[in-house]
Design a protein around this ligand. Structure first.
Ligand code: SAM
Length: 264
């Protein structure tokens, strides 16, 4: 067993390196998100891209009014609600977890918001229309994919030409470093993208920590142009929070990254 900083990366946890089996990963992670996922990892939803970055500050979404929008890994639907309030024309969401889809459906129905929701792994062709969307986005969801290339390829096919793809995820440096007794400890190799499993509140998850270059090169290889890469934490959001170890860490390194890319 080795120690890795995982997901939120606040502190290192025991992790077991494994060979990726896609179906096992979907089953394991699906079960995590069907049960305790949102309770232990919290909600990561627009206007927030992560703990310390907000759309209100970075202004990446441009004008979404009357636009067709798809969320990858829609979780419990809070981001879709945010976009409904911004008067998007059509809302779609994909999620691996049937419980997350149900939560989104119940939440949006209670607010009389219409959305097309599909329960599917993001890696697979699940019947989402092609060349159809103005925006595709994913908030802390893309990193769960078992096949980044295939997922980016799918996303590219859903977008219209010049359509925008925005996603946020844990910064890979954040997931290499934990804070322990006021010190930052570099636990994992930045270059190690092997799959691992670990337990969060006794539930297993399976993940890999991809390098920033892996995301950027996958986008470039599948016909996207990068318009923006954001790594900075928002000082104002940081200063609002109490000074626990996570905030201390976030003052020294990026904990979230956001990429905005355009389909060529
Ligand atoms: C951190 S949550 C996203 C949170 C979401 N932005 C929200 O506002 O609730 C990650 C989501 O990705 C979904 N997910 C995990 N692996 C997936 C996969 N392979 N394909 C599609 N969705 C996946 C999970 O079920 C979970 O709902």
């Amino acid at each position: 067993m080795e120690y890795k900083s995982v997901v939120g990366g606040h502190q290192a946890m025991e992790a077991k390196t494994l060979d990726l089996d896609k179906n096992t990963a979907h089953q394991t992670n699906g079960d995590f998100w069907d049960t305790i996922g949102s309770d232990v990892l919290g909600v990561t939803a627009l206007p927030n891209y992560g703990a310390f970055i907000s759309e209100e500050t970075v202004q990446l979404l441009e004008d979404v009014q009357c636009k067709k929008i798809l969320e990858i890994g829609c979780g419990n639907g809070r981001s879709l609600k945010y976009l409904a309030e911004k008067k998007a024309a059509e809302l779609w969401g994909i999620d691996l977890s049937s419980e997350q889809i149900k939560r989104t459906q119940d939440y949006l129905t209670s607010l009389e918001i219409k959305a097309n929701l599909i329960c599917s792994p993001m890696e697979e062709d699940c019947g989402v229309p092609k060349e159809y969307f103005d925006f595709v986005y994913a908030i802390y969801a893309l990193g769960w994919t078992t096949d980044l290339d295939k997922t980016i390829q799918q996303i590219h096919s859903y977008l219209k030409k010049d359509g925008t793809f925005i996603f946020s995820w844990s910064h890979p440096i954040h997931k290499c470093v934990s804070i322990e007794k006021e010190k930052l400890i570099f636990n994992n190799s930045y270059f190690d993208e092997s799959w691992y499993s670990t337990l969060i509140n006794d539930k297993e998850i399976m993940l890999s920590n991809r390098k920033l270059s892996t995301y950027i090169n996958a986008l470039a290889n599948h016909g996207f142009m990068i318009e923006k890469l954001i790594e900075e934490n928002d000082e104002a959001m940081l200063s609002k929070k109490s000074e626990n170890s996570f905030e201390k860490k976030a003052k020294m390194l990026p904990v979230t990254f956001i990429i905005k890319a355009r389909k060529l």
